[in-house]
Design a protein around this ligand. Structure first.
Ligand SMILES: *[C@@H]1O[C@H](CO)[C@@H](O)[C@H](O)[C@H]1NC(C)=O
Ligand SMILES: *[C@@H]1O[C@H](CO)[C@@H](O)[C@H](O)[C@H]1NC(C)=O
Ligand SMILES: *[C@@H]1O[C@H](CO)[C@@H](O)[C@H](O)[C@H]1NC(C)=O
Length: 404
């Protein structure tokens, strides 16, 4: 009897352990690209191996799926598409090794203009690691070079997306683009391209909600971060930006479009040697709004146009458009607080608003922009302002349109 009971207990315990092991086995599923034939010598095309690894990673029915790119290796990838929906509850994407794009001459025409790595319809992807991504973009930047240039990484229709610690250098065009995404968190990114490389935006956001970008370095040939259209609840904090064109809302309303951006917070950011600092740009003839936008605790160092709202923005192609004079994207409830630093141009604060749709609710508090001392020894800094309504306190240079 006694032995029977002990045996029974052992069997029950054994079963429990087996069940636990089975659960833990099932709960983490790992997919190493080397197991799919990736070579990682920087010469061999590893895209097929990555695509097949992704397929298994995405289809596995586990608690956690891990996509593993091993360290100390360099993987050459052609344009690849990683689509969901995936089955695992948590999707870890480990980039420990380095990735490299093919040089321009090796791109097929049909792939130009899109993305190098395209993620779509993935929920819960967490990308991390210290791998570098090299875009080898210099051939695309030259004058008269290719018009249709690929973006390094696009996230489309992704939710609960996180990236921590990714380094991207020299993409042909934009570093990272997110469109139709929600609940996005990026941190510790390092995005760089030379100041002279055109259209190499750091991060472009469109049609997305709840996006958090923090603790990152972005130095490029265009906007560090651009909120293009359809953005709401965007939080940008602790970004070092420069060189580049600054952090931009817009341009909104191009081609007569209805565009919207609202609920943006840009805090604790430093701009060094950028052509703009914090900028809102809208194209005449469009409609929609840019509203409820706060810039707080900002430092400028040698920035050409530190604070700028431009409702008369034109880009190549929009200049010859006939634009109705009574239409503009409205700009309202914009707060500038605790902002200081140096301007390269004499116009430290520029508010160019239209008389048809004036900017309203513009608030400046503790803003102090001084002239960078290597230029303009005799000139004075000023604010250039038209059709802006609101108020200012402790603001230098004083803004005539705003009540004190
Ligand atoms: C303004 O935007 C913030 C997010 O930055 C949001 O929490 C707040 O509710 C918005 N306020 C209004 C009045 O929409
Ligand atoms: C003003 O901004 C600077 C720079 O970001 C920051 O160090 C400082 O703490 C801020 N001051 C207040 C009162 O928040
Ligand atoms: C504005 O900044 C300049 C340069 O840093 C400084 O000398 C000046 O005292 C500041 N003014 C105010 C009102 O803080």
């Amino acid at each position: 009897m006694g032995i029977g009971l002990v045996n029974l207990l052992v069997i029950i315990l054994g079963c429990l352990v087996a069940v636990c092991l089975t659960i833990s086995d099932d709960s983490i599923a790992r997919f190493n690209v080397l197991d799919y034939g990736a070579v990682g010598d920087g010469k061999h095309d590893d895209s097929d191996a990555f695509t097949r690894a992704w397929k298994d990673f995405c289809m596995v029915d586990a608690q956690i799926a891990v996509f593993h790119i091993p360290r100390d290796m360099l993987f050459l990838l052609k344009p690849v598409e990683f689509s969901g929906p995936c089955k695992a509850r948590k999707l870890d994407f480990q980039i420990f090794g380095d990735l490299v794009m093919p040089k321009m001459e090796y791109w097929d025409d049909k792939d130009k203009g899109g993305a190098w790595i395209f993620f779509a319809f993935v929920q819960g992807l967490v990308m991390y690691g210290n791998g570098h991504v090299d875009g080898q973009g210099s051939d695309w930047w030259v004058d008269g070079g290719e018009r249709y240039r690929p973006t390094a990484i696009i996230f489309h229709h992704c939710s609960y997306l996180q990236i921590h610690g990714l380094k991207i250098v020299n993409p042909p065009k934009i570093h990272i683009k997110i469109s139709r995404c929600s609940n996005v968190r990026f941190s510790l990114l390092h995005l760089t391209a030379p100041e002279s490389s055109s259209n190499t935006d750091g991060i472009d956001i469109s049609h997305s909600i709840n996006v958090d970008i923090q603790d990152s370095f972005i130095g490029t040939g265009d906007d560090c971060i651009a909120m293009i259209n359809g953005c709401s609840n965007i939080n940008i904090a602790n970004i070092a930006c420069g060189p580049g064109h600054g952090i931009s809302v817009g341009s909104l309303g191009g081609h007569g479009q209805y565009d919207t951006v609202e609920g943006v917070k840009v805090t604790n950011c430093k701009f060094t040697g950028t052509s703009n600092g914090v900028r809102i740009k809208t194209v005449p003839g469009g409609s929609g709004y840019a509203r409820n936008i706060t810039f707080e605790n900002i430092i400028f160092e040698s920035v050409e146009n530190p604070i700028i709202i431009d409702q008369f923005y034109s880009y190549a192609g929009s200049k010859n458009q006939v634009t109705p004079k009574n239409k503009a994207v409205s700009v309202s409830d914009i707060i500038y607080k605790n902002i200081s630093g140096s301007s390269l141009s004499t116009s430290g604060i520029t508010l160019h608003c239209s008389d048809a749709v004036p900017c309203t609710g513009i608030v400046m508090d503790q803003v102090n922009i001084t002239l960078h001392n290597t230029r303009h020894r005799t000139n004075k800094i000023y604010s250039d302002c038209s059709n802006a309504q609101g108020h200012s306190t402790s603001t230098f240079p004083p803004v005539q349109c705003l009540q004190e």
